[in-house]
Design a protein around this ligand. Structure first.
Ligand SMILES: NC(=O)C1=CN([C@@H]2O[C@H](COP(=O)(O)OP(=O)(O)OC[C@H]3O[C@@H](n4cnc5c(N)ncnc54)[C@H](OP(=O)(O)O)[C@@H]3O)[C@@H](O)[C@H]2O)C=CC1
Ligand SMILES: O=C(O)C1=N[C@H](C(=O)O)C[C@H](O)C1
Length: 248
């Protein structure tokens, strides 16, 4: 069904999302962006002009934008990373407003398959603590947050299964006595859309898995599919509610 979509954030992701939404037969009713004077003022839109909002902005502005959408009664699909320390607050607001909220640190099908693979590998490695686990994420130089939201989700997936690890830590914060932590290295290079590696090193060998995004298309398509699904669903949702992977 064709929907009226309001974009919050018209940067690298907002622009790809717009194209995919139009290709799938939806309308873009506005583009709310900070620096663009021609951007939409959402206060000028009637409540019923918007079926769903797709929000890809900045770590500093996401919570304010999401809160605004709840107040307007607009379902919101959020892809912004770097604000998750405030997730409980957003979930509570969603409940108070009887809102619809969808969040994923990564909307691509491939990464969500990779999240599953990561957990299966971690479960397998729990009996081999001599293998030292670590992660690297590589993104473009304009990225504001580190580690990436995807890397944090991957670390949480490993922590569910490795009893000898209890937290993740940024490589730049490592102290000598951090053996209980998974170290995440964040590299910023050129225009890289997003590459994530989890590795297990022993004295004699290495096991590693990598997901490499070739473009932003996969992220954007997932966000539009989530936006097609969300209206009519009250509560807080994520990719596990949307995807039905066959793991046989
Ligand atoms: N979940 C996922 O699958 C993915 C998540 N992301 C995340 O999405 C976010 C956006 O990424 P990306 O598009 O590459 O970033 P960009 O910097 O290219 O775009 C963000 C846009 O949001 C605008 N903006 C800033 N503040 C506001 C505000 N208060 N209201 C509305 N718009 C605002 C920015 O304007 P200005 O330039 O003036 O600041 C900019 O145009 C990041 O957090 C990134 O990590 C990215 C890819 C996939
Ligand atoms: O900022 C980006 O570009 C990306 N951000 C997300 C993240 O922080 O994990 C998803 C993807 O890796 C691209």
């Amino acid at each position: 069904m064709s929907m009226n979509i309001l974009l919050f954030g018209y940067g690298k992701m907002g622009r790809v999302i717009e194209q995919i939404a139009l290709d799938r037969g939806h309308q873009i009713v506005g583009r709310v962006d900070r620096k663009d004077d021609s951007g939409t003022d959402p206060d000028q839109l009637p409540d019923d002009a918007v079926d769903v909002v797709i929000e890809f902005t900045t770590p500093e502005s996401a919570v304010e934008n999401i809160t605004y959408c709840f107040q307007r009664g607009w379902p919101v699909v959020c892809g912004t990373t770097g604000w998750l320390s405030r997730l409980a607050e957003v979930e509570e607001l969603c409940r108070q407003h009887k809102g619809s909220f969808f969040y994923a640190s990564n909307y691509s099908i491939g990464v969500n398959l990779f999240f599953r693979l990561n957990k299966i590998l971690a479960k397998f490695m729990r009996n081999y603590p001599s293998y030292h686990v670590s992660m690297t994420e590589i993104h473009h130089t304009e990225k504001k947050d580190a580690p990436s939201g995807t890397a944090i989700t991957l670390a949480q997936g490993v922590l569910e299964h490795l009893p000898h690890k209890s937290r993740w830590i940024d490589k730049s914060d490592v102290q000598s006595a951090d053996d209980d932590a998974i170290v995440i290295e964040s590299l910023r290079e050129g225009t890289v859309p997003g590459t994530h590696t989890i590795r297990y090193d022993s004295d004699v060998d290495r096991i590693e898995i990598t997901h490499t995004a070739h473009s932003r298309q996969g992220f954007a398509l997932g966000a539009v599919v989530a936006a097609e699904w969300l209206p009519g669903h009250e509560g807080v949702f994520g990719m596990d509610d949307l995807l039905n992977f066959n793991e046989e």
